[in-house]
Design a protein around this ligand. Structure first.
Ligand SMILES: [Zn+2]
Length: 358
């Protein structure tokens, strides 16, 4: 009996100790919360966060996602925190920038105009025509009578502001000092020089970069293995012939267009301009549609775009005048025509210089 009774007393003692321990523990937790201590990992946050945000409104506590259940977002009432510890400092100098204000002369394209003649007429560089009309470098936009072009008053690029653009990023993009962009008064740029998407700013002295597609690199080891390209198997004559039996030029070579375009109905024969090795024959996602590239083994490549049909395969040798495909209207093309490029050392050159377009 005594043993049992002792045992009971001992057990009761342990129980009291346990209750005291629990009180001590929670007391300590509340104390922590009052000091603004934030724990972000696991269950501990669930215990301390409600306490800190309800009982300690001006403590330096951080908000965690664990606090969200305290508020009923479904009512549409947003939680109001009195805690200003993390609130952005109010800015007494509210900035309202001015938007750029441009007034540009326009020109309506007439039959027979070329980018060169239009630029000359207005005393600007031909690059500036592209500077004011970015779409002119796109193959879809031929210089058609009736097209309205923006004529910039000075040699410059009219830059369409993209989200994330800053004065510095635009300055770097065109390699033009920020001072020059600020100095152009119609840009309306005032400190702190904020740029607004969907507006345009003038970048004086800049040239719009024309990005050109590059054919696959040619391997000197031969074969057409994965990633290897195709080595030239034959050397061309060094002279070139027209790729089609037609001279209806719709666009010549200029800064914004590294080719000549010749309008011609679908299905007309396209000839190899010189002897060479086919290095590309197929669909091209750049906008060329069905495309053939011939490497002439002497530094020259010729490019034939927007085809309706292709007669050759990569690696095939073709001779000057061979029918390699048929004219079409594939890719970024606004009507059946062939887009023909001559490149030397990878750089576009004026095909008319070789063919004589006059
Ligand atoms: Zn073209």
């Amino acid at each position: 009996m005594e043993e049992d009774s002792n045992h009971w007393h001992k057990g009761g003692g342990y129980l009291v100790l346990l209750v005291v321990a629990i009180f001590l523990f929670f007391g300590w937790r509340i104390g922590l919360a009052d000091k603004g201590v934030v724990e972000t990992d696991g269950e501990e946050t669930a215990v301390s966060s409600p306490i800190s945000s309800q009982q300690n409104p001006d403590g330096a506590t951080a908000f965690s996602s664990d606090q969200a259940p305290l508020y009923d977002f479904s009512t549409g009432d947003l939680p109001v925190f009195n805690d200003t510890g993390l609130a952005p400092q109010p800015n007494p100098h509210t900035y309202e920038g001015k938007l750029p204000h441009h007034e540009f002369e326009t020109y309506t394209v007439e039959r027979g105009d070329t980018p060169g003649t239009i630029a000359e007429q207005f005393g600007i560089a031909v690059e500036t025509l592209l500077g004011g009309n970015a779409r002119l470098s796109q193959e879809t936009t031929l210089l058609q009578p009736g097209d309205v072009l923006i004529i910039l008053p000075i040699d410059a690029v009219l830059h369409e502001v993209q989200p994330g653009d800053t004065l510095e990023s635009v300055s770097e993009q065109y390699d033009i000092p920020v001072e020059d962009i600020i100095a152009y008064t119609d840009n309306n740029l005032e400190f702190p020089y904020r740029l607004y998407p969907e507006t345009n700013i003038m970048v004086p002295g800049a040239k719009r970069e024309v990005v050109i597609w590059q054919p696959p690199t040619v391997s000197s080891s031969g074969g057409s293995g994965l990633g290897g390209g195709i080595a030239p198997k034959i050397v061309g004559t060094g002279t070139f012939q027209f790729p089609v039996n037609n001279r209806n030029f719709t666009q010549f070579y200029w800064y914004g267009h590294p080719a000549i375009d010749i309008a011609l109905g679908e299905g007309n024969a396209v000839f190899a301009s010189d002897t060479g090795t086919v290095t590309y024959a197929g669909w091209n996602t750049w906008g060329y549609g069905n495309l053939i590239v011939i490497n002439h083994g002497n530094g020259y490549d010729t490019i034939y775009a927007h085809l309706s049909g292709i007669n050759v395969v990569p690696g095939q040798i073709v001779y000057k005048g061979n029918v390699i495909g048929y004219t079409g209207n594939t890719g970024n093309s606004s009507g059946p025509h062939i887009h023909f490029e001559i490149r030397i050392g990878g750089n576009p050159d004026d095909p008319c210089w070789y063919l004589g377009c006059g």
